[in-house]
Design a protein around this ligand. Structure first.
Ligand code: NDP
Length: 228
């Protein structure tokens, strides 16, 4: 999985570790949870991705579950958004996830089973002012996942999307108190998610019990998206 050192990714890595799975975690800055195989990789660099898979598969065998979690924001209003703001977010969140899934699918097709899980966002479905680039990248994951679900389904490989709402992590820590309060007021459950609440949906999707779920977008958003 990618970005397993902080926030949602760390909670996902810890949840898999707690159930006894072998977990390889990529990070740029280090700090993977104890028990995980830590691999330095930047997912915007195709060579890093290839090398990360080689290290992970040498240690743990063929990848059975991919969780593409690493992601960034570069928020600003449309007319101020530079090409660099746009392309850095698309390259990390969407193109990075494409590269990871393509490489993981190679192993999974050989195994004739697998789970690909993308971490999208409620913002990809509802939109959000100041997040044209981020919303586009997260919406793109949905079309990508559903196309992969159709391509890979006959080999028992499922491809799904988890769409969290607002979660307490470094990514949302940058919001002002006023912004946070404005968002909270729109969430039926009246609070942000804990990273572990997103992780529980990811481990469920990866489990044998979810073997007939593919091409799905599963919200973990306190009701914010209401089925979108
Ligand atoms: P954080 O900002 O806390 O962590 C981001 C993670 O992504 C870090 O592990 C970081 O690694 C990694 N990462 C970023 N860019 C790269 C890169 N180029 N190559 C490799 N790793 C990279 O984010 P969250 O935990 O909040 O978010 C995780 C995912 O969940 C993201 O995809 C985000 O869009 C999504 N999400 C978050 C929500 C929220 O409210 N927090 C809501 C909905 C979705 P490093 O530490 O090494 O930089």
């Amino acid at each position: 999985m990618t970005g397993g050192n902080r926030g949602i990714g760390r909670a996902i890595a810890e949840a898999f570790l707690a159930q006894g799975d072998k977990v390889a975690v990529t990070t740029r800055s280090g700090g993977a949870p104890e028990g995980a195989l830590e691999i330095k990789a930047d997912i915007t660099d195709p060579a890093d991705i290839e090398a990360a898979f080689a290290v992970a598969e040498a240690a743990h065998g063929p990848i059975e579950i991919l969780v593409a979690n690493a992601g960034i924001t570069a928020d600003t209003l449309l007319l101020r958004m530079s090409d660099e703001d746009w392309s850095s977010v698309i390259d990390t969140n969407l193109t990075g996830s494409f590269r990871l899934a393509k490489r993981a699918a190679k192993s999974m097709l050989r195994l004739k089973r697998g789970r690909i899980i993308f971490i999208s966002s409620v913002v990809g479905l509802l939109g959000s002012p100041g997040q044209v680039n981020y919303a586009a990248s997260k919406a793109g994951l949905v079309g990508m996942a559903r196309s992969m679900a159709r391509e890979l389904g006959s080999r028992s490989i499922t491809t799904n999307v988890v769409a969290p709402g607002y979660v307490e992590t470094d990514m949302t820590a940058v919001l002002s108190d006023e912004q946070k309060e404005g968002i909270r007021a729109q969430i039926p459950l009246g609070r942000y998610a804990r990273p572990e609440e997103v992780a529980a949906t990811v481990t469920w999707l990866a489990a044998p019990e979810a073997g007939y779920v593919t091409g799905a977008v599963i919200p973990v958003d306190g009701g914010l998206g209401m089925g979108h």
